[in-house]
Write a protein that binds this ligand. Structure first.
Ligand code: WTA
Length: 688
């Protein structure tokens, strides 16, 4: 069947060194030892198994891509016609770099397209969300909920009315800080329904991260849970919110209302008048709530993501273009089809853009059930995901390379125990995938039957921008292959000139696309500086890349001070700020280093103030301190104490040198003292 034996490539593919090697990716990334240059081509059998291909061949891909670039308005106008709009657009696109308006003048509501539409079309009884809780009962079975579009519409409407009853109106920002429970998706859709933007904060973030985001968004309503289940433990979400609200009050910002879903039943503090129990407040509302007519360019949500400088930035996504692009990419990339028995599972947390676009907004309009899982992949055992694939007969499975590397480490016996024959398409996202992990995924999870779509995209792009299409694109492990329809991606030099094949350069997108970010909340200049200044008139992704002889893209990793830890974006500066706020620390520098599982680990070089001496206990205290500011994902994997940091004559920290030290490339040197750093610096020239 399908991919059982890899099909021969249509033309010779030169060996391309894996881009995830440290040499190629300055900020870390797991090292690849496997030289894998086979091409894996989808076949007609794949398409048949998926109920037909949306794009069946490379000829078709090329023709449609060429048209989407030559005539974006015609192309996207046709795609958008498949959605329901309350009033039509007058123009498909208005573009004045860096500002795009898509479906100008049209009104719609994304919640209508995700729910009402299916109910109105007679599909209200079909399952929209399959949810599985983490804990298992005494009989070994977890709690599972199947929520139909009709049930979801009722609950979303009740939640929307509850928000209204608290005074939330169009244009307000509602903060959602919850675990992976259906009510999180329900609250997002409820916000969208009444035209309030949501700002989802990942439940793994501690109170200070909530404070920054709530302040930046001027948000006065928070929806949370008492706690969230994670690896058998309760993450105290409400407690974190209480702490954040107190910190905010000290900064003269009042959070007026807090809706609390009782999930874990842990003990929580309660502030009468401000705190409202979800089951009481939402439960008491009517299930009728008309959708707000949203202008295509009205704000849908803010999502905060790390950059190389300053605090996380609130990426702005608007209604019409985001709706069309995320649902269309989901359909075309994964070949998702309503009524074909598909069950789609993305293992991301909704706190990240992957969950926004490819658990909720891009999937629900396609009328394919989306699986939401509450907890950890290894709870109570290392086979939890595979047990779930079998239990729910998952057809489409989308996860991160870092998870795949963990599965590899845990052992082949775990997937082998379960019936994975329902799987038809596998996906990865978030970081470069090393060929070892790609091949393992292909063989042990896909049983060589499933195309793998390695989707490159970002919080800022809203949806996939460089990706294979499941039934059309021959794949090469480690390459995210070719631009999606409408994406004019290129690898260029600093002047915007396209580079020849196999030459590394800056990844840019030269034309607007519907789900591109519309700005950074409250910071126009940062938006222009970050994305639109280095190469004039082009969107700068912030990644290095190169194309091979067939035009396939290979992502080489970030070109800025952002590192990608387990597929999560972190600014090294954020970790540095957290470290220097510790009483013992005078100065800190943080760089990425290769890490077997996380892809990139965090290495911190720290100099201490008088009266503080290096010790293991201090290392532990620093790790906890960072976690208290930025969450456990930001805990340094390696801490080195040093008397001072190596700097250039102009005072810039020599990060390249630190990266080499962290990667062990200067392992013969003892690098723990200023003198040694100076020797290293002198050896390399003081030129960074
Ligand atoms: C990286 C996640 C290689 C990249 C959707 C990008 C990838 C950053 C891939 C965005 C991929 C994402 N191959 N690298 N398939 N997908 N990245 O905003 O460095 O959390 O710039 O969005 O992740 O991370 P973000």
């Amino acid at each position: 069947m399908a991919n059982a034996t890899p099909a021969p490539p249509p033309d010779p593919v030169p060996y391309i060194p894996p881009m995830s090697s440290p040499a190629a990716s300055p900020n870390g990334n797991v090292e690849s030892l496997l030289k894998e240059d086979r091409v894996f081509a989808p076949s007609a059998a794949h398409a048949a198994a998926l109920g037909g291909a949306f794009c069946a061949s490379m000829d078709e891909y090329r023709a449609r891509h060429a048209r989407s670039i030559a005539d974006p308005e015609g192309f996207w106008g046709e795609v958008a016609a498949d959605f329901e709009w309350f009033t039509p657009w007058t123009r498909v696109l208005e573009w004045s770099a860096p500002d795009a308006k898509w479906f100008v003048g049209a009104t719609t509501n994304i919640c209508h397209n995700a729910l009402d539409r299916h109910v109105l079309d007679g599909h209200g009884h079909e399952v929209g969300i399959i949810w599985e809780g983490e804990p298992k009962g005494a009989n070994g079975t977890p709690e599972v909920k199947h929520l139909s579009y009709g049930e979801l519409l009722d609950e979303v409407s009740r939640c929307a009315n509850a928000l209204k009853s608290l005074g939330v109106k169009k244009g307000d920002v509602v903060t959602l800080y919850m675990g992976m429970v259906p009510e999180l998706a329900i609250a997002m859709l409820a916000c969208a329904r009444i035209g309030a933007a949501h700002s989802v904060i990942f439940g793994g973030f501690p109170a200070p991260s909530i404070v920054d985001r709530v302040l930046d968004a001027s948000s006065r309503v928070i929806v949370t849970c008492d706690g969230a289940w994670r690896r058998g433990q309760v993450v105290p979400l409400k407690k974190n919110v209480d702490e954040a609200i107190a910190l905010l009050a000290a900064q003269n910002h009042t959070v007026e209302h807090c809706i609390v879903l009782h999930r874990t039943k842990n003990e929580i503090a309660w502030t009468a008048g401000r705190d409202h129990a979800w089951h009481e407040l939402v439960g008491a509302q009517s299930a009728e709530c008309a959708c707000e007519a949203m202008d295509s360019e009205d704000l849908l949500f803010l999502l905060y993501t790390s950059g190389s400088t300053g605090k996380p930035k609130g990426i702005r996504h608007t209604t019409g273009g985001y709706m069309v692009y995320t649902a269309y990419t989901a359909q075309q990339t994964f070949n998702l089809r309503a009524g074909a028995g598909h069950v789609y599972w993305c293992t991301a947390d909704i706190g990240w853009v992957t969950g926004h676009s490819y658990i909720v907004y891009g999937i629900m309009p396609n009328r394919v059930p989306t699986v939401m899982y509450e907890g950890a992949p290894n709870w109570p055992a290392d086979d939890r995901f595979w047990e779930m694939v079998a239990r729910h007969r998952v057809t489409h499975f989308y996860t991160a390379p870092t998870a795949i590397r963990a599965f590899m480490k845990w052992g082949d016996e775990h997937p082998a125990k379960h019936d994975l024959s329902s799987l038809k398409v596998l996906g990865t996202v978030g970081e470069p995938i090393n060929p070892e992990a790609w091949i393992w995924y292909h063989e042990k999870i896909g049983h060589a039957q499933c195309p793998i779509v390695d989707t490159f995209w970002q919080t800022e792009t809203g949806g996939h921008v460089i990706t294979p299409l499941a039934c059309a694109t021959p794949t090469v492990p480690g390459s995210c292959t070719l631009p999606f329809f409408g994406i004019d991606a290129a690898v260029v030099d600093e002047n915007g000139h396209e580079l020849p094949a196999n030459t590394g350069g800056l990844l840019v997108i030269r034309k607007p696309w519907p789900s591109m970010l519309r700005g950074i909340h409250g910071d126009r200049q940062r938006f222009i500086d970050t994305y639109w200044s280095r190469v004039a008139g082009m969107y700068l992704a912030g990644d290095g890349a190169r194309r091979d002889d067939r035009g396939y893209f290979w992502i080489m990793g970030r070109i800025d001070d952002v590192i990608n830890v387990s597929g999560h974006r972190l600014g090294t500066m954020e970790v540095e700020s957290a470290l220097v706020s510790h009483e013992a620390v005078v100065e800190a520098a943080v760089v990425g280093m290769p890490h077997d599982i996380k892809g990139t680990g965090i290495a911190a070089f720290v100099s201490l103030g008088p009266g503080h001496a290096p010790s293991e206990a201090l290392k532990a205290s620093l790790r906890e301190h960072v976690s208290g500011f930025l969450g456990p994902i930001a805990k340094p994997d390696m801490i080195r104490f040093t008397q001072a940091l190596p700097k250039t004559r102009s005072g810039k920290i020599m990060r390249r040198l630190l990266r080499d030290v962290a990667a062990g490339r200067d392992s013969k040197q003892d690098t723990t003292t200023l003198e040694d750093f100076n020797v290293l610096a002198a050896l390399r020239g003081n030129d960074e």
